[in-house]
Design a protein around this ligand. Structure first.
Ligand code: DAH
Length: 342
């Protein structure tokens, strides 16, 4: 009996010094494991006389239960302490102000493109895209700009090989779409995208910029449709009171061709530095699709007519927001970009 008691005491003493769950497992093995001290006491029962065994067995069992209850209680206490400690370090003060998450926003050029897309989708147009690496045939020849045509100089180009270049305008998407439609379906598309020219970069020139091309081909398309469409575009971009003016111009892919001006949004037409005292600002080029262009892309000019226009996206943004240097769009100065956060 004394041995039982001292075993229990030594166990309880050892238990007091245990603070880790791993050590607890060791202690358990030492006393209650297969070769543990309590197990040994149980095995000693076989050396006793049959009369002594029941009382002894009861005692060992009781000891075993006491030790394992104490073990379990200690284990639970350790677990609780661990959770408490964890909670204390991970405590969140929900009353503290939150961290400001900084999220990006659309680039101003994307915003302009999207607002023009919205307008034209509303007018029943589809949005088409084409490759930035383009063939000479689509970029020039099928737009009525044969080799050695002087107007090619207007678009000094980055050639990759004699037949391949970075597209100088979005007009080749016209050609691609007409060829795709096979000369028999009406076309009503706008084509936003990047274009490239061999220009020296300065405040108003960039070797890469963005355009949006528009093309409508159908059997009763007139210049009045073109004018109405462009008036709507000008008013969407520069305000509902704007008027437009068409001036004769020249593009190889349109005949007749026009340069389109919008009435000055700054001085309402009375003359200021923005409109160079003319009351109007040039915003885009347009015209009726040249018969040769229709023919080369499979449309019969006796049946189909069309109009086309090309807008410079940066130019629209510069006019709309009074941006004086085109390079601001590409240098990603956060102070500039943040001005257009939406
Ligand atoms: N492609 C012309 C350019 O890059 C812009 C343009 C003018 C497009 C008249 C057209 C158009 O579709 O009809 O300068």
């Amino acid at each position: 009996m004394e041995a039982f008691d001292s075993l229990k005491q030594s166990f309880l003493k050892a238990l007091e010094t245990v603070f880790k769950e791993a050590e607890l497992a060791e202690l358990k093995a030492e006393y209650l494991g297969k070769k543990g001290k309590v197990t040994q006491l149980m095995q000693a029962m076989k050396d006793l006389s049959p009369e002594e065994r029941p009382a002894y067995g009861q005692k060992v069992n009781q000891l075993k239960n006491e030790l394992s209850d104490a073990l379990n209680a200690h284990k639970e206490a350790l677990e609780n302490a661990r959770i408490e400690a964890q909670l204390a370090t991970e405590k969140i003060d929900v009353t503290l102000p939150g961290h400001d998450m900084s999220v990006g926003s659309s680039h101003i050029l994307t915003q302009i493109v999207e607002s023009i897309e919205d307008l034209f989708i509303g007018l029943g147009y589809q949005i088409k895209e084409g490759p930035e690496i383009e063939s000479d045939e689509y970029n020039f020849e099928k737009l009525n700009l044969p080799k050695n045509h002087p107007a090619r100089d207007m678009q000094d180009s980055f050639y990759i090989d004699p037949n391949t270049l970075l597209r100088t305008h979005t007009s080749p998407v016209q050609v691609r779409t007409m060829l795709e439609y096979g000369g028999s379906k009406p076309v009503k598309i706008i084509c936003p995208g990047k274009v490239y020219r061999r220009d020296d970069d300065d405040a108003t020139h960039s070797h890469q910029f963005m355009q949006i091309e528009g093309l409508v081909v159908d059997q009763k398309t007139t210049m009045a449709d073109l004018k109405g469409t462009l008036l709507k575009l000008a008013q969407t971009m520069f305000g509902p009171d704007r008027t437009i003016r068409l001036r004769p111009s020249y593009f190889p892919f349109t005949e007749p061709s026009v340069e389109v001006d919008v009435s000055c949004y700054n001085c309402e037409g009375t003359g200021c530095s923005i409109c160079k005292h003319t009351g109007y600002i040039e915003i885009l080029g347009a015209g009726m699709v040249h018969d040769n262009v229709l023919k080369m892309s499979g449309y019969d000019p006796n049946v189909y007519q069309g109009f086309a226009f090309g807008i410079g996206v940066e130019r629209i943004a510069m006019l709309k927001y009074g941006i004086e240097d085109i390079r601001h769009f590409y240098t990603n100065d956060m102070r500039f970009l943040r001005m257009f956060n939406q």
